[in-house]
Write a protein that binds this ligand. Structure first.
Ligand code: NAD
Length: 295
């Protein structure tokens, strides 16, 4: 039976680390980090995510502001809001909650976030330097969280075979890059790949980020592999008539084969927010001229 890697427990540890870093920066510089979350429209899932982020910020001592904008706002107006925040010395991190309402070009607007305040790590300057191996760039949060979860059960990544399912810019692609940086041999698969099962079965480390409920079956998993489940899939019926969230991995069956596995919910999700807090403090430290902080 696999060890269950608990994201909530690890997130609480990281919250403490972040709190300490903020206290020490405040002692030296007399300043507090501030994150502004911009949310456009009234997507119910976004509202939950944004509230969770704001709550976690407050818990660790990051000042946070939610800027809720009307769904009918023009792209030019939203662009101006982002430009103003980028120029505002009291805002150290800017997060534009996605998805944006139809008709808006998220890519164009994300490019307006000042790169040093881009706590999601989506700006091309940050993403490009991260993918080129820079340790200083603000990196996407979810893959950083996955790596931290993996580090609780793996000491040495050198030469391990890793398969990452999904290649989005938000999760799969940066995840593959982080695993390469750790010394793994990485296979990336996506919806056009042949023999996905075979490529997953060869792996010591599996990261599933496809957005496909229960895609990874027990017979896809090599005995002893470590499995990280990023997927968040809302199902109307979990089998007992109740609705809920499931991951990309058939948790019950795969737990009998893997050596360690993350649950959904309570696995990767809490860590994604942890690394939003970490990125905000890193961005803050850089902007106030502090030396690089270890987080
Ligand atoms: P995306 O839709 O942008 O990308 C999905 C990727 O998976 C694509 O590369 C696609 O080719 C691949 N894919 C889709 N179906 C596949 C299949 N059947 N077999 C193999 N590959 C397949 O999604 P995303 O933004 O990368 O998110 C992926 C999942 O992770 C979603 O469920 C999302 O909700 C979840 N997510 C969770 C967190 C978290 O904090 N836990 C954060 C971000 C995303």
């Amino acid at each position: 039976q696999a060890q269950i890697i608990c994201g909530k427990t690890l997130a609480a540890v990281i919250d403490e680390e972040v709190k300490e870093a903020i206290a020490s920066l405040h002692a030296s510089f007399g300043k507090t980090p501030k994150l502004t979350v911009v949310v456009v429209g009234d997507d119910p899932a976004s509202a939950i995510y944004v509230n969770n982020k704001v709550k976690r910020c407050r818990k660790v001592g990051i000042e946070s502001e939610k800027l809720a904008l009307d769904a009918n706002i023009f792209q030019a107006e939203l662009t101006q809001v982002i430009r103003d925040l980028s120029a505002d010395p009291d805002t150290h991190g800017i997060l534009l909650q996605l998805p944006l309402p139809n008709g808006m070009n998220a890519r164009e607007i994300l490019h307006e976030i000042a790169p040093e305040k881009d706590v999601d790590g989506f700006h091309p300057l940050n993403f490009g330097s991260f993918m080129a191996g820079s340790q200083d760039a603000l990196a996407p949060c979810t893959p950083q969280g996955c790596l931290r979860l993996l580090k609780t059960v793996i000491d040495d990544f050198h030469g391990k075979d890793a398969t990452v399912i999904g290649c989005s810019n938000i999760v799969g692609k940066p995840m593959a890059e982080l695993l390469l940086q750790q010394g793994c041999s990485v296979t990336s698969v996506h919806h056009l790949s042949h023999d996905i099962e075979g490529k997953v079965r060869a792996a010591d480390i599996i990261v599933a980020a496809a957005g496909s409920p229960h895609l990874v079956k027990a017979d896809w998993v090599k005995p002893g592999a470590v499995v990280i489940d990023v997927g968040i899939n809302r199902l109307r019926d979990l089998g007992d008539g109740k609705s809920g969230i499931v991951g990309d991995v058939d948790f019950e069956a795969v737990s009998k084969v893997a050596s360690a596995i993350t649950p959904v919910p309570g696995g990767v999700g809490p860590l994604t927010i942890s690394y939003l807090l970490v990125n905000t403090v890193r961005a803050f430290a850089h902007q106030i001229g502090a030396s690089k902080i270890e987080l």
